[in-house]
Design a binder for this molecule. Structure first.
Ligand code: SAM
Length: 243
């Protein structure tokens, strides 16, 4: 049985896709999608030997070798240009996801959809998408085992004819206040509009974390620490206004 997180990621993969799951670990996601007939072909990419072996074993024992090819390699190096139309990258930091996409740009031609689930650093992923011709078409947020995860789904601007910036125009709230682009990049343009309970919980936790950092900064009593704390406080106020 798939975790709720992987199940929600799976839902973002359209029927009939040719998928590459990068950093696939045990290849649970492509195995589930292949077993349910969602994907017509899958590549499970892994940079580390251990997970690569685990993925190979999983695909073999599930009898899915005719659908899923397990490959050892760094990021998008495991796929050929034009080979897949959907790429999933899940369960790693946003900075790593960005570096994989950046290093593999030449492999993204013809890819229609990216489904990304950064564990942290979501804003860096949104910024990369925006700067590289990808349109965020949806965001999901969920809680599982005391952790909160975001899933970002994007389509190619060239393929879809959609405008990447469209979701980042200042958002006007019911009471007339505006949520600016920078904050939408931080908190998610769809998630901010939806303002779900899980999203509110995430940002309440983030504010608590930031408050702890401020308390630490105050102990050091240097000019630099004071400036940093003021910066945090400002950011916290902006977040609170949206919540
Ligand atoms: N995607 C699965 C999930 O969401 O449950 C597994 C996540 S696991 C925490 C992250 C995996 O990414 C590890 O198995 C690691 O070996 C792999 N990984 C890290 N950097 C990678 C890279 N540059 N290319 C391919 N795989 C990578």
């Amino acid at each position: 049985k798939l975790s709720k997180r992987l199940e929600w990621i799976a839902r973002e993969v359209p029927e009939g896709s040719r998928l590459a799951d990068i950093g696939s670990d045990h290849a649970l996601l492509p195995s589930y999608l292949a077993a349910n007939g969602v994907i017509v072909s899958g590549v499970a990419g892994e940079v580390n030997e251990g997970p690569y072996e685990a993925a190979s074993k999983q695909v073999r024992s599930a009898g899915l070798k005719h659908v899923i090819d397990v490959r050892l390699g760094d990021g998008l190096a495991v796929i050929e240009p034009g080979e897949v139309d959907v790429i999933t990258i899940a369960g790693m930091g946003g900075a790593l996801i960005v570096s994989i996409l950046e290093a593999g740009k030449s492999k993204l031609k013809g890819v229609k959809r990216l489904v990304l689930q950064p564990n942290v650093g979501e804003p860096a992923v949104r910024e990369w998408l925006l700067a590289n011709g990808w349109v965020l078409i949806g965001e999901r947020i969920l809680e599982e085992d005391g952790k909160i995860y975001e899933i970002l789904t994007a389509v190619s601007a060239a393929e879809s004819g959609l405008e990447p910036e469209q979701m980042y125009a200042p958002l006007v709230c019911a009471d007339g206040r505006e949520v600016q682009r920078e904050l939408l990049l931080l908190m998610g343009p769809y998630l901010t509009r939806e303002a779900s309970d899980v999203w509110r919980t995430k940002w309440t936790w983030e504010l608590e974390k930031m408050d702890k950092i401020c308390a630490q900064l105050r102990l050091s009593q240097t000019e630099a620490a004071r400036a940093k704390e003021a910066e945090y406080r400002k950011e916290m106020n902006r977040i609170r206004e949206v919540l």
